[in-house]
Design a protein around this ligand. Sequence first.
Ligand code: CAA
Length: 261
Amino acid sequence: MTAEFVRLEVADGVGTIRLDRPKAMNAISLQVQDELRAAAAEATERSDVRAVVVWGGEKVFAAGNDVKEMATMSYTDMVDRVDALQGAVNAVARIPKPVVAAVNGYALGGGCELALAADLRFAADNAVLGQPEVLLGIIPGAGGTQRLPRLVGPSRAKDLLFSGRFVKAEEALAIGLVDRVLPAAEVYTEALAWAGRFATAAPYALRAIKESVDRGSESDLETGLQIERQAFAAVFATEDSRTGMRSFIDNGPGKATFDGR
Ligand code: CAA
């Protein structure tokens, strides 16, 4: 089935998960959720994708889940659907490669939660982020009550979640909600450049770093250190670890050419 609103575009080792539903401000409908999950799975599986940019185009990242669609749903409808809703965003969070969100315009509700699933967030100077669900009488359902406090701390997260207020790019940078603020025309190209650095890096080392950081930060320190020890020993099984250390000894730092195995 051809995706209508979310596609994976691949060039030079970088996959762009592109949301493209402009008439509804990229609102994340059930169909968009399914297509997002499929695009994340494809980015995970394809070996020619070494890093990922999530982008909603030049005008808007995503204005949240589709309120018009959600308004028709009952409690039991949502019980049946909420795993798939979270699963779409989790599929992006679990891509075992570096992932950056390039945010132009609004990233609200489910859109902000999608950005939170990336490893880093680059924001346009016109970006506006927030979790306005409470203003609809609901709460975030795609990880916002969990990933936002882990990123910015519980007090700041509760301020945003309780009020539903919008956060402009500069404040988002100050509280650590985004990592860089850039002129709007440069956000996507800078995100591509950041991701492109990993096209020739050692993919299994990147994967081990990401899984160690993510699983470790979901654990106590001792468990996290155990995860790191196992991952550290495991990368010694890769050809890239032989290549990288031999290249250092022969030619000095940072000159290795990796095969990705
Ligand atoms: N769902 C469905 N449609 C949406 C939408 C959304 N989240 N956001 C915007 N749209 C639609 C509008 O209804 C409008 O459609 P029509 O042209 O058919 O009327 C169109 O996009 C343009 O929107 P506006 O006219 O409102 O544009 P604006 O520039 O005045 O305002 C906005 C833009 C501030 C983003 C405003 O549209 C807005 O507040 N949107 C809703 C934001 C929101 O509440 N998001 C959270 C959703 S709940 C959620 O995401 C749950 C979760 O955690 C999983």
